[in-house]
Write a protein that binds this ligand. Structure first.
Ligand code: FE2
Length: 245
């Protein structure tokens, strides 16, 4: 069967962050993702202390998103990737939800403690939503204390490993920890975190490695959005699962 990937983490919409800088660039990368098996792609612009979601920035993001969605060959949905910051705690987490899910994507800071991250995750939970933990395998907090990843998974928070980590595009430690999360059954899903042509939003390479390692059934669950109750639409408009089983 041909995989129908759901990619819940990318920087495919120009937003003033370090992702794509123009709709045309996002469109080219969206075509590339489609050709490599992705059918549902979330644009998740960074929201961080350096780049908060002001009303003006949100308006520009939504305009660029609407343009790209009208042109892209795959289904595009909007969400955000939160970097923990105290100001979030005074807001409503529903503002940042991944469209048509009950999940909010939040990263553990690359450096330093995970304390504020835990506060933000609980703030998400108290609103009746579930945090998705972006690339735990890339963070100091998990690399120096892998038990933290186990604790987060026990809370029911979804651990999202980057495809690029599994492909060894970051560091050997991150690659090893990424596979550890999969081998131990802690990872709920794999996403691209694609930013640009040199760091694209492709999943097929990591899917093949994962399938060889854990088998097709388990690999599919990590790539088809089932952790969020999503199923990528097929060409006929039917959910991929019912169309192929
Ligand atoms: Fe990201």
């Amino acid at each position: 069967m041909e995989p129908r990937f759901v990619d819940i983490h990318s920087h495919v919409v120009p937003s003033g962050d370090d992702g794509v800088q123009a709709v045309s660039e996002g469109l080219a990368l969206g075509h590339d993702a489609f050709e490599h098996g992705t059918r549902l792609l979330y644009a998740t612009p960074h929201v961080s202390p350096a780049l908060p979601l002001t009303d003006d920035r949100e308006r520009r993001i939504r305009e660029a998103f609407a343009k790209l969605r009208g042109l892209a060959p795959l289904e595009l949905r909007l969400g955000f990737e939160l970097t923990p910051m105290p100001s979030l705690l005074a807001e409503d987490p529903w503002r940042y939800v991944l469209e048509q899910t009950n999940h909010v994507l939040v990263e553990i800071p690359f450096l330093g403690s995970a304390d504020l991250f835990i506060d933000v995750g609980e703030w998400i939970e108290h609103a009746g939503l579930t945090p998705i933990v972006a690339h735990p395998e890339r963070t100091d907090a998990v690399l120096t204390n892998p038990a933290l990843a186990d604790e987060l998974a026990e809370r029911g928070w979804l651990l999202q490993v980057n495809a690029s980590s599994l492909l060894g595009r970051h560091t050997p430690e991150m690659e090893r920890e990424g596979w550890r999360l999969i081998d131990d059954g802690l990872a709920a899903l794999i996403a691209s975190d694609g930013h640009r042509a040199t760091r694209p939003m492709l999943l097929d390479g990591a899917y093949e490695l994962t399938r060889a390692r854990v088998g097709e059934e388990q690999a599919l669950r990590l790539f088809d959005g089932s952790a969020l109750g999503l199923a990528a639409p097929t060409a006929t408009g039917q959910p991929a699962e019912s169309a192929t089983r």
